[in-house]
Ligand binder design. Structure first.
Ligand code: 7MF
Ligand code: ZN
Length: 882
């Protein structure tokens, strides 16, 4: 229970550890009522540390210390100090062996940090600071050691005993117990330690590396999930091959294991040789997982696998460098996913996440740079800024250097720093050294928070045939940072002629039209630039920030005509989509607060009609283009948003489109019916997506044909994408009887599958029809709901507050009070989840005052709770500005 303010940790106060650990010898005795952990460390003074007489300081959290011995000799009570957070031993020799025995209670660990139990299985989560909940240890990533781990447990309840590296010994013990010993030859920080013990079945496969080594691949799951591992295994093999081909990185142990765990705070974890996954991020079958889930699983499996090099072989010096491994690894997994499917669609998805959620974070009270300078609780810094903006910062280096030099840079980085704990600066330095480019200004991307804004203006001189483009860069103030310097921004652009042709970009007048490029990456380094393009007798239409070449906002006064033109002509698929989004945003915004009956832009309807009818277009892109901008994005774009008004305006546009395009929607639905077996190809995924979009639009206007199609699809579907598409459409319609019937049938059929029940909760909690507060409260009383399971909490409480915006922002404040109440309740059992769940409330300053003041009151209610965790304390106090 917290009585004082948690400490702030600062990057500027980083010092090297006074002691290093070479080897860790662990012995776990696992029992039903607890676990005893014997740990023997070989410790030596760090020659790089100036503190020659420093006491040995080990971190610990919620541990019962049973024994501590130095060089085999037990220490008496006065020979060490235990503070509750640390174990301190003064006067230690230069080199020694330290033995620590602790008693912990995994069965009572509801925080899901350290060693805990999930459906009868022992498992660990040590990143970032969970290892200290297992034993006393210098729990910081720059202390890297070789681990040997012996696990002892009851053989009947825990036949499978896993840890990092290779199994080197196993045998039986007395009383029906047994043991397995694991040895990991690679030195690693404690956050990469992993252990699993339980009654699991294994699915095996193998992979032959480029150099001809055979790797044993295994996925461990509960017996009922044995049939849901194929997709993850296939994804893993694709990722392994891809990393060899694209980064020259081979796997380095003889065995690679994945374990699926139902109770998990995050998506997955890259423990060396033993990745642990949230079940929802690894298990899939045609009957139970949507196309989206299949794609997500492929990318998460790849992400965790890629960490083996970007994170494990080369790790972080301290947690301020978190984006070193996360930003780089997200960049790697996103390029991988682009290569496995449609690069344009993947780019649209990444840009949507950035613009909707990361920009909002960067404009909110928790805004921080990609390399933060200070934190209280590190688990609050596993953010979209660290991951997604961090990935963009790596991507822009790739753009600036080009693929060959980037690869040279990554080769140098891995080679130079293999086995080390390093900084984001070391990464940039390797890129500089390999390419010969100066990235000193570029480093500001790591240091300055806030989303740069580019204001673009242009003029055309028809006599001279010159087109001038002026780009001004500003970066908004963020907490603790003002007066920012201009950043180095790669800005990709093209110019289009009147017939949609790509115009040659002749910049200095010397190059001729033949040799001039049709697309160019301008490098912005100053607050203001003007670029001139020659040989342009007619005024071109600019296509700006192609491929979303930098995570910035672009302001340019496009006319609706220009947007319609770009939607159908831009050679860059990303910008075609973006033009459609901008047009839709403009149309919706102009309806916010407008009187009923205001005309809805006919050009939007016609543009969508063209999209729906043209089967020669890339259908995956069409499926994306048909998605209207989300409420969350519209809110992010608005100043002082009035949520109800935005919701209403968007709904009006949707209804108008659906009414005007009814025939086309029905035709699109039938044209995209997929005959034959379920396939996971980009084509069939796009068809299902289009078909489900058509269905959902038809039900928005309560169309009877649409209803019949939905009911039929729901009953006949042979896969979860179609079943869920139909269910979602019915749930979001006014056909109350069909909705309840489908929900009941769905639950009856899938109640034994937790991952499907989570989807069933989400589809209701996100619906403005079926997810009003009384119904959400009823979901919390449902027998399948479980306050100890993060996935269930996220699928009801998280989805309601994050995706059902009209209901959450009910003007009476009931949504806010609901969230505050649940966050307080959760803080006692799982502070990490509580601190994440509170996010929507932290944005109170952005909203129209009627909303904002109620949001603030709910935050204050949380602030005044007694015994606030450090996690929640930091988020709530920072967002209240206290
Ligand atoms: C893909 O980063 C992208 C991001 C930390 C836990 C997984 O590998 C991880 C872990 C959090 C948030 C997002 C992700 C992860 C974590 C994640 C997973 C897959 N090191 Br917290
Ligand atoms: Zn990661």
């Amino acid at each position: 229970m917290r009585t004082t303010q948690p400490k702030t940790i600062r990057l500027s106060e980083y010092t090297v550890p006074a002691h290093l650990v070479d080897t860790v010898d662990l012995r776990f005795e696992l029992f039903d009522d607890g676990a005893r952990v014997h740990s023997t460390l070989s410790v030596r003074h760090n020659p790089d540390s100036a503190e020659t007489a420093a006491p040995l300081t080990l971190d610990g959290d919620s541990l019962k210390l049973e024994r501590v011995a130095l060089n085999g000799k037990d220490l008496a009570a006065g020979e060490y100090e235990e503070t509750g957070e640390q174990l301190i031993i003064a006067g230690v020799p230069d080199r020694f062996e330290l033995t620590v025995v602790t008693w912990i209670e995994p069965q009572n660990n509801t925080r899901l940090e350290g060693l805990y139990k999930s459906s009868g299985m022992f498992c660990t989560q040590c990143e970032a600071e969970g290892f200290r909940c297992i034993t006393y240890f210098p729990d910081r990533p720059d202390v890297m050691a070789r681990y040997r781990t012996r696990i002892e447990a009851d053989k009947a309840s825990c036949p499978v005993l896993l840890s990092n590296g290779n199994a080197v010994e196993r045998g039986d013990l007395e009383n029906g117990r047994h043991f397995v010993t694991w040895e990991d030859p690679f030195p690693k920080p404690s956050y990469l330690f992993g252990l699993v013990a339980g009654d699991l079945v294994e699915q095996r496969d193998s992979f032959t590396t480029g150099s001809g080594r055979d790797i044993d691949l295994r996925i461990y799951v509960e017996p009922r999930n044995a049939e849901k591992c194929d997709h993850a295994l296939a994804s893993l093999k694709r990722a392994m091959r891809w990393d060899e081909e694209n980064y020259g990185r081979e796997y380095d142990l003889d065995i690679f294991m994945i374990v699926a765990v139902d109770d998990f705070n995050m998506g997955a974890m890259e423990n060396k040789g033993l990745n642990i996954f949230n079940s929802s991020c690894v298990l899939a079958s045609q009957d139970t997982a949507t196309d989206l889930a299949f794609e997500r699983i492929e990318s998460i499996v790849a992400h965790e696998y890629f960490h083996n090099w970007s994170g494990n072989r080369v790790t972080c010096r301290d947690w301020f460098q978190l984006s070193l491994k996360e930003g780089f690894t997200v960049f790697r997994d996103s390029t991988f996913s682009a290569d496995m499917g449609s690069p344009t669609v993947k780019r649209i998805e990444d840009a949507t996440l950035l613009r909707t959620a990361q920009f909002a974070e960067d404009a909110g009270p928790m805004a921080h740079p990609v390399r933060p300078a200070a934190y209280m609780e590190i688990s609050n810094f596993y953010t979209l800024t660290i991951y997604e903006k961090g990935a963009e910062v790596v991507r822009m280096i790739h753009t600036l250097l080009g693929p060959e030099l980037f690869r040279k840079g990554s080769d140098l980085y891995f080679e130079r720093h293999d086995g080390q704990a390093v900084t984001t600066d070391d990464f940039v330095k390797a890129m500089e050294d390999a390419s010969g480019r100066d990235l000193s200004q570029y480093r500001l991307w790591y240091e300055q928070a806030g989303t740069p804004q580019l204001t673009v203006s242009d003029s055309h001189d028809s006599e001279q045939g010159v087109y001038r483009l002026t780009i001004e860069q500003t970066i908004p103030d963020t907490p603790g940072q003002t007066d920012k310097k201009p950043q180095h921004i790669p800005f990709a652009l093209g110019l289009l002629g009147a017939n949609g042709e790509a115009l040659p970009l002749i910049q200095d007048g010397s190059s001729d039209a033949e040799s001039a490029p049709l697309e160019q990456v301008l490098e912005l380094t100053e607050a203001r630039h003007t670029f001139e393009f020659h040989g342009l007798p007619g005024r071109p239409v600019p296509s700006l920030l192609r491929h979303f070449s930098a995570p910035v906002r672009v302001i340019y006064p496009w006319s609706r005509d220009q947007l319609v033109f770009l939607m159908s002509h831009d050679p860059d698929g990303f910008n075609r989509w973006d033009a459609g989004q901008r047009l839709a945003v403009d149309v919706i915004q102009s309806l916010v607060g407008a009187s009923e009956g205001t005309e809805i832009e006919p050009r939007l309807v016609e543009a969508y009609r063209a999209l729906l009818g043209d089967s020669t277009l890339d259908q995956a892109l069409v499926a994306k283009m048909l998605q209207l901008p989300s409420e969350a994005y519209l809110i992010e774009l608005a100043d002082s948003p009035d949520v109800a008004a935005i919701h209403h305006a968007r709904e009006q546009v949707l209804q108008h489109l659906a009414t005007s395009l009814r025939e086309e929607l029905i035709a699109c639905y039938h044209r995209n019916s997929v005959a034959g077996n379920y396939e996971l190809t980009p084509e069939s995924i796009a068809r299902r997506s289009l078909r489900n979009t058509a269905l959902s639009w038809l039900l928005v206007i309560n169309d009877e044909t649409g209803r019949d199609l939905a009911v039929q699809q729901f009953q006949e579907a042979d896969n979860m994408t179609d079943r869920m598409g139909a269910l979602r459409a019915l749930v979001n319609s006014d056909y109350a009887a069909e909705r309840s019937k489908a929900l009941e049938e769905f639950y009856a059929h899938f109640q034994d599958d937790p991952q499907v029940v989570e989807q069933w909760f989400s589809v209701q909690a996100s619906s403005d029809r079926a997810g009003q507060l009384p119904q959400v409260n009823a979901l919390l009383e449902h027998p399948a709901f479980d306050w100890k399971n993060p996935n269930k909490i996220r699928s009801v409480v998280g989805v309601f507050a994050g995706q059902n915006l009209a209901a959450f922002h009910n003007p009476d404040g009931s949504g806010y009070a609901f969230l505050a109440d649940k966050v307080c309740r959760l803080d006692d059992s799982n502070p990490q989840i509580a601190a994440r769940l509170v996010t929507p409330l932290t944005r109170w300053k952005k909203f129209a005052p009627a909303y904002g003041s109620l949001m603030r009151e709910s935050l204050e209610q949380i602030r005044d709770k007694s015994g606030l965790s450090a996690d929640l304390y930091e988020v709530v106090h920072k967002s209240l500005g206290s």
